[in-house]
Write a protein that binds this ligand. Structure first.
Ligand code: HEC
Length: 288
């Protein structure tokens, strides 16, 4: 099968104090499971039929999935979600599948009509073009999408238009990558902390549905969060960097992109910050 799928389990996720079954389902399961039709994996209707009243068996499967259906890919282990998270996902699946009826598998992109795929903002682990297999696709709103690479702990690119087509990822284009539904307008060649800095991804959590990534860049602890601009095309990128001395970060200028920083001095693509400024600063990217 495709061993690359196991990377799903390698990407850490931080579960907030009260895990939300719907949100956890969307992030971890919805790329492969739809409500009422088989896509990559069986429908929630079928899962309900198999596991109603058996949450422990459901957990056992989700942590160590078996090979069962001929022709299906291997389901990656969902052990990273944790027992508590899997239990609320179970409750969510039982709730939404109540009374639903299995539909015949349709031709075309079943994700296009799926209500979970239309939720904004949306954060999804999926294989993306021009990024490592540990990529995370983010729909900030209806217009702005970006690809954050948990493999190298950095933003890869941002696009505008629609979000992603998941269907080609599994069945259509043969290369196993999601298709981006709009032009890429911003690309980052290296981490602002420098291409040679050792990066370590520590996980992410959601705040109002939007991602907050945590990682170390060399000895510095960093959080990086994203939100859409109030109107139009672009995104707001907020950092918090714990550093004992001043830092200089690279934000090379790109045509068609206007970048401003609320702290420090941004000159010639370099942002210089005192430790106090580095503790909380924001860059705004307006895409033209
Ligand atoms: C990368 C795609 C993928 C993801 C993501 C995924 N699954 Fe699956 N799942 C599958 C496939 C494929 C099967 C069928 C495997 C088989 O029958 O050999 C399956 C089967 C199942 C089954 C049916 C087990 C049975 O006894 O037949 C359950 C329950 C399930 N998945 C739960 C989950 C949950 C919960 C999540 C998220 C936490 C999840 N899956 C995420 C692909 C996925």
């Amino acid at each position: 099968m495709k061993p690359i799928f196991f990377i799903f389990a390698a990407v850490l996720m931080e579960v907030s104090a009260a895990p939300d079954g719907k949100q956890l389902f969307t992030m971890n399961c919805s790329a492969c499971h739809l409500l009422d039709q088989m896509v990559v994996g069986p429908s929630l209707v079928e899962i309900r039929g198999l596991y109603e009243g058996k949450p422990d068996d459901f957990l056992k499967w989700s942590i160590a999935p078996q090979k069962k259906r001929p022709g299906a890919i291997d389901m990656p282990s969902m052990v990273h979600v944790g027992e508590e998270g899997l239990r609320v996902i179970y409750e969510h699946i039982m709730e939404v599948s109540k009374g639903a009826v299995e539909k015949k598998q349709e031709k075309g992109d079943p994700y296009a009509a799926s209500p979970t795929q239309a939720v904004r903002p949306q954060v999804m682990r999926i294989f993306m073009p021009d990024a490592s297999p540990a990529s995370i696709a983010v729909a900030l709103d209806d217009l702005n999408g970006l690809c954050w690479d948990a493999g190298s702990s950095r933003l890869r690119y941002a696009w505008t238009g629609g979000f992603i087509a998941g269907f080609s990822y599994w069945q259509g284009n043969g290369n196993g990558l999601a298709e981006i539904l709009g032009p890429v307008r911003y690309t980052e060649q290296a981490s602002p902390f420098g291409a040679d800095t050792a990066m370590k991804f520590l996980g992410y959590k959601l705040k109002g549905g939007l991602p907050v990534f945590r990682y170390t860049a060399g000895a510095r602890m960093v959080t990086e969060s994203y939100s859409p601009v109030a109107e139009g095309m672009g995104f707001v990128r907020s950092f918090s960097v714990a550093t004992p001395d001043a830092v200089v970060l690279d934000f090379p200028a790109q045509s068609g992109v206007a970048v401003t920083a609320d702290k420090g001095k941004l000159e010639g693509g370099k942002l210089t910050l005192t430790p106090a400024e580095a503790a909380a600063f924001t860059l705004t990217y307006i895409l033209k």
